[in-house]
Ligand binder design. Structure first.
Ligand code: ADP
Ligand code: TRP
Length: 326
């Protein structure tokens, strides 16, 4: 199975990114049947990050973070989106046949307009660049969080239209979303997201994680009262790090009552710090070797380009776009 996913370097990764997407990247890479491609979507990030130093830094940080969290360059092709210019050529071939209505329905653009904010054409056409990312590698499976499902649907629609117009060219991909991590809540109970300022970062130091955990919003029920674990976002966060048995124990404690939320918050902070400790250590080692990281990205880009070139040629020939012999 060919697996592909991209992640924007628009800030440091948070727990939602890890449990919603990155953890699945690692799991899928472990299956020797899979051929996996992961990239850092710096062209997509340009729709929100407008500072050169920052974008460069975030891009390198994202690579270091992914490697530290377990993306293995011996098993996964890891690269930066802009190192594969074929994707932008494919982007146009797709854009040329994309109905406006398809993009007008997309959430990111709709939300911005609903807030009365001006939207750039880059944000409007963002899902088609994403479609090009996916189709350029004949990807079959795309591990993402729930919020990206719509973009995979758009990719399928556009690919099917291209195939219908010009003959079988693209593989239709499917989203791979794990239900239990589809939507990780933030400290305020809404979906954890950079845009809501409610995140806990994967590489926050333990003291910061603890501080943020203590700020998790809970109801004001007295200690002795029994509580319902279902739908409680503190419980949901704890469950991400806990074994099934620990989860059941906490659920029972909730139903019994007689505990304060602060205890659970402390336990959560402790578990999270332990969970990410090995990755934090690996991150330190990698951060001291930026040249090694750049080499991994360069090797990944070379492999990715070979595949993207093949698919782009197929699409150009299908659409009747002239190509000089190379
Ligand atoms: P953000 O919302 O913070 O800007 P991104 O849109 O960059 O995050 O998301 C990167 C990846 O992480 C996507 O695959 C997305 O679906 C996943 N993801 C982000 N936030 C969450 C969350 N709270 N729960 C589950 N998955 C998430
Ligand atoms: N839009 C995705 C996000 O915000 C990032 C992304 C870009 C992506 N291209 C992709 C994800 C291709 C999966 C496949 O998270």
């Amino acid at each position: 199975m060919r697996v592909l996913s991209g992640i924007q370097p628009s800030g440091r990764f948070h727990w939602g990114n890890y449990f919603g997407a990155i953890r699945q990247y690692i799991q899928l890479q472990e299956d020797p049947q899979n051929e996996v491609f992961y990239f850092i979507a710096n062209l997509h990030a340009l729709t929100s990050v407008r500072n050169r130093e920052q974008l460069e830094q975030y891009t390198l940080d994202a690579a270091i973070d992914l490697l530290a969290l377990g993306v293995d360059p011996d098993r996964a092709v890891l690269f930066v989106q802009s190192d594969v210019p074929e994707v932008c050529q494919l982007f146009w071939l797709l854009l040329a046949i994309t109905p406006m209505g398809l993009l007008e329905r997309c959430v990111a653009y709709k939300e911005k307009r609903a807030q009365g904010l001006p939207a750039d054409a880059g944000l409007f056409t963002y899902p088609i660049l994403q479609a090009a990312d996916i189709l350029a590698y004949d990807a079959e499976l795309v591990p993402v969080g729930e919020d990206q499902k719509q973009h995979i649907e758009v990719t399928r629609d556009v690919a099917a239209k291209f195939n219908h117009l010009f003959g079988e060219t693209f593989v239709l991909p499917r989203a791979y979303v794990l239900p239990e991590a589809a939507k990780v809540p933030g400290i305020d109970g809404q979906k954890m997201s950079k845009s809501y300022g409610n995140t806990i970062e994967v590489f926050d130091d333990p003291a910061t994680v603890r501080k943020k955990c203590m700020r998790i919003v809970t109801d004001s029920r007295p200690i002795e009262e029994p509580k319902d674990p279902e739908g409680d976002h503190l419980f949901q966060l704890y469950s991400l790090f806990a074994t099934p048995q620990e989860r059941e124990e906490l659920a029972a404690t909730y139903r019994r009552g007689g505990f304060g939320y602060a205890e659970v918050k402390r336990a959560l902070a402790q578990k999270a710090a332990e969970f990410f400790a090995p990755a934090r250590e690996r991150r330190q080692e990698l951060a001291a070797q930026p040249q090694r990281v750049r080499q991994i990205l360069a090797d990944g880009a070379a492999t990715a380009r070979r595949k993207a070139h093949e698919v782009l040629t197929r699409a150009q020939v299908a659409a009747g776009v002239f190509r000089s012999p190379s």
